[in-house]
Design a binder for this molecule. Structure first.
Ligand SMILES: N[C@@H](CCC(=O)NCCCC(=O)O)C(=O)O
Length: 263
């Protein structure tokens, strides 16, 4: 990564937070859960700006040009397998607009030298955008249980947790200074083939990739399979995720070489 300048620490960068397609009062709508937006404001020290995913993907470069970083949130919807070359229909629920816009925003952000951070579905989107694949833990015959049983209360859903092993020398290890973490777990999909250009930062005991970072991008690309936005107070490793995001958003990185020609 080639850092060009840093904005003064008092400066509040603007972080784009992708929205999901939802139904509100019987109509299609765009939504982001408060916890993602509040974490960006309170713990990354940034201004959250919701990015609707129900717009043409041709806007992606113009959107990214106005952002200091991109945050890809979690969502209970699953990425359609066609995005990673699979022919099976995948598991419901899906969100085609989110699928298309997240892929476009990730490529535009990397090209523009903007940091990209992902949570849960966001990690999966980054892996797919860079050429990796996913599998469903319920049908693939590998990997353990990474989601609380259906029908539990929200508190209990996020209380479902497991340990992860942090890869020595990884970005995660550098900013958490830990070798092992206990993380919440709210997902049925997982990385199957890791995209080229991503490196593993943490794994669970059953071999699931739980955190990744990019090795080749001008600006940081970092994602976790768990939920650092869920009540991070008291969890230093999750607060460190948000501090890292805020730091990355305040720095400025040179665009990818040659991208200026296409800007
Ligand atoms: N659907 C995918 C991604 C899982 C995910 O992002 N879960 C978050 C749900 C709670 C929230 O909306 O934040 C999978 O199952 O792997």
């Amino acid at each position: 990564m080639r850092e060009r300048t840093s904005q003064p620490s008092g400066h509040r960068p603007v972080i784009g937070v992708i929205a999901c397609g939802r139904e509100v009062e019987g109509e299609p709508a765009q939504a982001v859960k408060h916890r993602y937006l509040e974490a960006v404001e309170r713990h990354a020290g940034a201004i959250p700006l919701i990015v609707p995913s129900n717009q043409t993907t041709s806007h992606a470069a113009d959107i990214v040009a106005r952002l200091d970083a991109l945050m890809l949130t979690g969502s209970n919807s699953n990425i359609a397998p066609r995005h990673y070359g699979a022919t099976h229909p995948g598991e419901a629920p899906t969100d085609d607009g989110r699928d298309d816009m997240s892929q476009a925003l990730i490529h535009a952000a990397i090209t523009a030298g903007k940091p990209v951070f992902g949570i849960c579905r966001g990690l999966q989107e980054i892996n797919v955008a860079l050429g990796g694949t996913l599998r469903d833990l319920r049908t693939s015959g590998s990997g353990g249980v990474h989601h609380a049983p259906p029908g539990v209360a929200l508190e209990d859903m996020f209380a479902f947790a497991h340990p992860v092993r942090v890869v020595a020398g990884s970005m995660l290890q550098r900013f958490t200074e830990r070798e092992n973490l206990e993380v919440n777990s709210v997902h049925f999909q997982a990385i199957d083939r890791l995209a080229k250009g991503l490196t593993v930062n943490a794994t669970s005991a059953d071999g699931i990739i739980e955190a990744v970072s990019a090795t080749h991008t001008p600006a940081p690309v970092f994602a976790v399979q768990w939920h650092p936005e869920w009540r991070p107070e008291g969890r230093p490793h999750d607060l460190a995720f948000w501090h890292y995001l805020g730091e990355a958003a305040r720095a400025h990185y040179l665009p990818a070489p040659g991208s200026e020609l296409t800007a």
